[in-house]
Design a binder for this molecule. Structure first.
Ligand code: ZN
Length: 108
């Protein structure tokens, strides 16, 4: 699968979301809690997570849990996220992030 490059990454700790804007215009909006649960490291085994839905209209009252995220590039393959709890063992690859929340409509 050909994955377009991410154009922009933005964390909003008020909304508890991480947004990835891809070069093809698609925006993936990940609620932070399930994204943390999808950490792909051996300890968390979040690789079992196949999809993360964008925040819905009822998620506006989501409890603010993650407030101090650090995001750094992991080579050219993805990003490493350091969470409030200090955990940063998982690398979120671009192809995986894209697969977790692909464009809603991929057919014409
Ligand atoms: Zn982990």
């Amino acid at each position: 699968m050909n994955v377009p490059d991410p154009n922009r990454i933005q964390v909003d700790t008020d909304a508890q979301t991480l947004t990835v804007v891809w070069t093809d215009g698609h925006e993936s909006i990940f609620p932070l809690a399930p994204l943390r649960a999808a950490c792909p490291c051996a300890e968390c085994q979040g690789d079992a997570v196949e999809h993360i839905a964008p925040p819905g209209p009822n998620d506006g009252t989501a409890e603010v849990e993650w407030t101090d995220l650090h995001i750094e590039p992991a080579g050219s393959v993805g990003i490493r996220i350091t969470w409030d709890d200090g955990h940063n063992a998982g690398i979120f690859r671009w192809d995986r992030l894209r697969r977790l929340q692909p464009p809603a409509s991929t057919h014409t």
